[in-house]
Design a protein around this ligand. Structure first.
Ligand SMILES: Cc1cc2nc3c(=O)[nH]c(=O)nc-3n(C[C@H](O)[C@H](O)[C@H](O)COP(=O)(O)O)c2cc1C
Length: 163
């Protein structure tokens, strides 16, 4: 299967999750596209598409929202999986963030949807972000909470959708 993993990332965690997915998608021809750095090739040239974005202040990136809007019909022809990176601790709110991150049509169509966890990387944050997160997380130490098992589940679901 020709698969594209198309993503946006601010501090590098979504990029890290993308690498984890690519390494585990053995037997696939995988293209990785960072929407903030490069133009996406024609969506129609892939069989499978995995979209990933991080959540800030409960919202996905504007760049990803625009990409979904512009390519919605083509994306609905593909084997599609969606994920978000975030540090929201409440599982009901995690699912809400995931559902709100992508257009409803795509969310309902996707064969897999995943809240992949995230990281607080204080060394990458600006002053404003550090202040906000210090108050919320009650620490100023970087923390990683990437959900490896949820990533495995996404991979299983996108592979099984073809069988
Ligand atoms: C200022 C700030 C606001 C954030 N707001 C949210 C939020 O509303 N919900 C959430 O789940 N995670 C939130 N996060 C956590 C990020 O989604 C997390 O750090 C993620 O791993 C970032 O991924 P990226 O480096 O790919 O951008 C926030 C992080 C920062 C620094």
């Amino acid at each position: 299967m020709k698969t594209a993993i198309i993503y946006t990332s601010k501090h590098g965690t979504t990029a890290k999750v993308v690498q984890m997915i690519a390494e585990r998608l053995t037997g696939n021809q995988v293209s990785i596209i960072d929407l903030k750095k490069e133009k996406c090739p024609d969506v129609n040239s892939f069989d499978g598409i995995i979209l990933g974005t991080s959540i800030y202040a409960s919202a996905s990136s504007k760049t990803m929202q625009r990409f979904c809007k512009e390519n919605i019909e083509a994306l609905k022809q593909k084997r599609l999986a969606l994920f978000v990176c975030g540090m929201e601790p409440d599982s009901a709110k995690q699912q809400q963030e995931l559902a709100n991150a992508y257009p409803q049509e795509l969310y309902e169509y996707a064969v897999s949807k995943c809240f992949a966890g995230g990281e607080f990387l204080f060394e990458k944050m600006n002053f404003f972000e550090r202040t906000v997160i210090k108050r919320i997380a009650k620490t100023d130490r970087s923390v990683s909470a990437i959900k490896s098992d949820e990533i495995d589940k996404l991979i299983m679901e996108i592979i099984n959708a073809g069988s």
